[in-house]
Ligand binder design. Structure first.
Ligand SMILES: *[C@@H]1O[C@H](CO)[C@@H](O)[C@H](O)[C@H]1NC(C)=O
Ligand SMILES: *[C@@H]1O[C@H](CO)[C@@H](O)[C@H](O)[C@H]1NC(C)=O
Ligand SMILES: *[C@@H]1O[C@H](CO)[C@@H](O)[C@H](O)[C@H]1NC(C)=O
Ligand SMILES: *[C@@H]1O[C@H](CO)[C@@H](O)[C@H](O)[C@H]1NC(C)=O
Ligand SMILES: *[C@@H]1O[C@H](CO)[C@@H](O)[C@H](O)[C@H]1NC(C)=O
Ligand SMILES: [Ca+2]
Length: 593
């Protein structure tokens, strides 16, 4: 369920400026490691991205159904926002404000009627040019001591499941008191989700806790945290998080590799799945940043809220009955399979209500159970996947699977008269309850009732007839550059970020290839090496003596201790740290060496 959002933390995976600066092999090795890390990770994960497939087994071909879910995506693109109370957004009337860093230079202005100086709510969700923050801003605290409060409500009109941290970016300092609430019923009822304060005891009468200290029994506890409210300079600490990853890590391990355990827990631990589900989120901003001191009545123009981004990563909740979710008629809607229907695939389709509706299940691993709806007199809706042995699954769940309905009856008939398989098979079966004849064991990478389709990972050869042995061509997607090994009808693979070309084995001009595509460190247009440095293969600047830094923009070692000037002294320790962490061993294991 977590695939797209669960690339490792880029901060951890990519070398920082310090490493990038030292010449020679170490940065290259680290980039290689980083790219292997990115590439390797998905191998360990179940992904639940297919709802059904037409498969041929010894008993003959049939549909197999699987638990499935849509990909995680950036949910801010589908949100509607409400900011309360009315009049809380700055600029009407125009107002001057100052900042904590520069409290007596109050030259900044907010003016709602001037597009360049307005700060409307939509700027919390827009796409920003690099380095140019656009933000919603509140009025200043001119009415002190009555509180400066604002509610920001995000609504999807659809249940969504969080798959990564909610990250709220505050410009000019984070609130000293705020809370996050959620609703599961489109805003009719609300529940606290997390409290944030400089002093939890004072603000909410709650002891402070850190989410990463929670345990498997308290993973869905609502806590008050002091981690995101203290003053550390408005430029330095901008983010307020709701930690989804840390909570997942309790079950899946610190680098979220043991997702199987997470999926098992999500099915078995009461209320856990629901904890990450919401239709709406509401931020209550209760006291603005104070610059690390008390409110100074004589200058209230430096107290306000400003939010430049709210990142919510999640997926539509479709009860494991859909792998697609689309935006239609102003709302998100699951594209339900398994003969279910409804916005969340939360009920059986008409005429498919022989059994009562059930959500799909992540278990048994790795394909889960579709729990499809069934029509009267049909055995079809009841097929389950070939059950993998349940490892360490709770007793209750294993029991459920003993009740697994029987597979549909398939009567094989050799060399059936109406057998039409375009020469890719000479065996057919008659499927009793469907009253169809279907090919068995399609060859030449074909599949389908008449072997008329290409297997996953292959595409149709446009210049070959259906009965040609060459009718299906392997997609040959670059393993590192592409998202999966499938392609569309023209053989184009789906590329990871930065990759390009039909097989995803090229990089966009802004990226360079090194076991994957990485953003250019330098180039000839926008990322110029400074002070006469030259760009080496878009990967680093070769600096003239006397300069250092990623873009050779810093004089070398000025004011440094003598020993830090020797670049070689950086290389050793960094590699040693990586090696010491067992990363290499793990990488070797994951690559199967
Ligand atoms: C925020 O919402 C809560 C709950 O609806 C309400 O009681 C409170 O007055 C609102 N605050 C503001 C500033 O609108
Ligand atoms: C919410 O979604 C439902 C179902 O898609 C739709 O009928 C309804 O009009 C939507 N409501 C709003 C306020 O958009
Ligand atoms: C749903 O019903 C259709 C018949 O209308 C059938 O072809 C299909 O296989 C069913 N799907 C499932 C998952 O049972
Ligand atoms: C497509 O089919 C034609 C005709 O059989 C064959 O000559 C050609 O090699 C095939 N293309 C590929 C890429 O296999
Ligand atoms: C296949 O994908 C490529 C690249 O995304 C696109 O240009 C092309 O139109 C697609 N072809 C079809 C038939 O969808
Ligand atoms: Ca913005």
């Amino acid at each position: 369920m977590l695939s797209p959002s669960f690339t490792p933390n880029p901060d951890a995976a990519f070398p920082g400026p310090l490493e990038a600066r030292s010449p020679g092999p170490p940065p290259a090795v680290m980039l290689l490691l980083a790219s292997l890390l990115l590439h390797c990770l998905p191998l360990a994960m179940a992904d639940y991205d297919i709802c059904k497939s037409w498969v041929t087994t010894d008993e003959g071909p049939s549909w197999e159904f699987y638990a499935c879910q849509p990909k995680a995506m950036s949910m801010k693109d589908y949100v509607t926002v409400k900011v309360e109370p009315t009049g809380i957004t700055c600029g009407d009337p125009p107002e001057r404000f100052c900042t904590h860093e520069n409290p007596y230079l109050c030259s900044d202005e907010c003016d709602a009627s001037n597009p360049d100086l307005a700060h409307p709510p939509r700027l919390m969700f827009d796409k920003e040019d690099e380095g140019l923050a656009t933000y919603w801003q509140s009025v200043t605290w001119s009415r002190y001591p009555s509180p400066l409060e604002a509610n920001i409500t995000l609504s999807w009109n659809k249940s969504i499941e969080l798959t990564d941290d909610i990250v709220v970016t505050f410009e000019y300092g984070r609130p000293t008191i705020m809370m996050l609430e959620k609703s599961l019923d489109n805003g009719r009822t609300w529940h606290p989700y997390q409290y944030y304060a400089e002093d939890c005891m004072e603000a909410f009468n709650m002891p402070p806790r850190r989410v990463r200290d929670l345990s498997s029994t308290s993973a869905n506890r609502v806590v008050c945290t002091e981690e995101y409210s203290r003053w550390a300079g408005s430029k330095k600490e901008k983010h307020v998080r709701f930690e989804v990853r840390d909570r997942f890590a309790i079950f899946a391990g610190p680098d979220l590799r043991n997702l199987d355990n997470l999926y098992t827990r999500l099915e078995s631990a009461k209320g856990l799945k629901e904890f990450f589900t919401a239709t709406d989120l509401r931020m209550k901003l209760l006291r603005p940043a104070l610059g690390g001191t008390y409110v100074q009545r004589e200058n209230l123009y430096k107290y306000f809220y400003a939010i430049s981004n709210i990142e919510v990563t999640g997926r539509c909740k479709c009860n494991l009955h859909a792998n697609l979710c689309s935006y239609k008629e102003g709302g998100l809607q699951c594209e339900c399979e398994h003969n279910t229907t409804g916005q969340d695939c939360g009920k059986c389709k008409k005429n498919f209500r022989t059994r009562s509706w059930r959500a799909g299940s992540y278990l048994p691993l790795p394909n889960g159970s579709p729990n499809a709806c069934a029509a009267a007199g049909s055995a079809f809706g009841t097929t389950t996947t070939v059950a993998a042995p349940i490892v360490a699954a709770p007793a209750k769940i294993s029991k459920l699977f003993q009740l697994k309905p029987k597979s549909p009856q398939v009567v094989p008939i050799e060399v059936f008269k109406d057998c039409e398989c375009y020469g890719h098979s000479n065996r057919c079966s008659y499927i009793d309850f469907l009253n169809v004849v279907t090919c068995v064991s399609c060859k030449h990478n074909t599949r389908g009732q008449h072997c008329q389709h290409c297997r996953l990972g292959y595409y149709r050869n446009g210049s070959a007839e259906l009965d040609d042995e060459n009718v299906c061509i392997e997609c040959n997607c670059n393993q590192i550059g592409s998202i999966n090994d499938r392609c569309n009808e023209t053989g184009h693979c789906e590329c990871r970020e930065g990759a390009a070309g039909p097989k995803c084995d090229d990089c966009l001009p802004s990226h360079y290839w090194r076991q994957g595509c990485f953003p250019n460190v330098c180039d000839d247009e926008s990322l110029l090496c400074q002070n006469g440095g030259t760009c080496y293969q878009n990967q680093r600047c070769l600096c003239p003596s006397g300069y250092q830094g990623v873009l050779c923009d810093q004089p070398l070692c000025q004011g440094d201790e003598g020993q830090a000037c020797d670049p070689a002294s950086h290389a050793g320790p960094h590699l040693a740290v990586l090696l010491g962490s067992g990363l290499l061993l793990w990488l070797a294991g994951c690559l199967g060496y």
